[in-house]
Design a protein around this ligand. Sequence first.
Ligand code: PNS
Length: 163
Amino acid sequence: MRTVIYPGSFDPVTNGHLDVVRRSLAIFDRVVVAVFDAPSNKTVLFNGQERVALIKEALTAIGVADRVDAELFAGLLVDYLSKKNVRFVVRGLRAMSDFDREFQMAIVNKKLLPDAETVFIVTDKQYFYLNSTLVKELAKHDAELNDMVPKNVERALREKFAA
Ligand code: PNS
């Protein structure tokens, strides 16, 4: 049974993230979406539990919840990998601008845990422009989100910004 960890902030999960999950299932038997609890370089809109709940609902809606789980993690990714006894990490790659940071993270993780392997899935062109920050910006100004996020996430964004 091959399991891969898909780590990220997921604030909130987008259809681009779900596409990476779906495509990871063609390579791995199980995916664990690992939600980084408190990204120090970002202020988050949704707290950790909210982000996990939104992902779980979205996974159920697309019918992959039996092979994919979502949970919070804190601290270093490599420590989480060791605790879960998993050596594979998947990340989505969009533009070239993602490359530097992703390359750095993969190298650092491998240095800390030589067994760790990072697999990159190149984003579908439909999601090339898409990221959580953009989605939040659009939702804040009540713009259309169309097919950028799952329906439950769109509802949650509308509620957050209406509050
Ligand atoms: O969605 P993001 O914000 O690009 O995800 C970044 C994330 C959460 C994968 C990365 O910041 C991470 O792994 N954080 C955990 C702390 C850690 O292990 N840092 C060293 C990795 S270089």
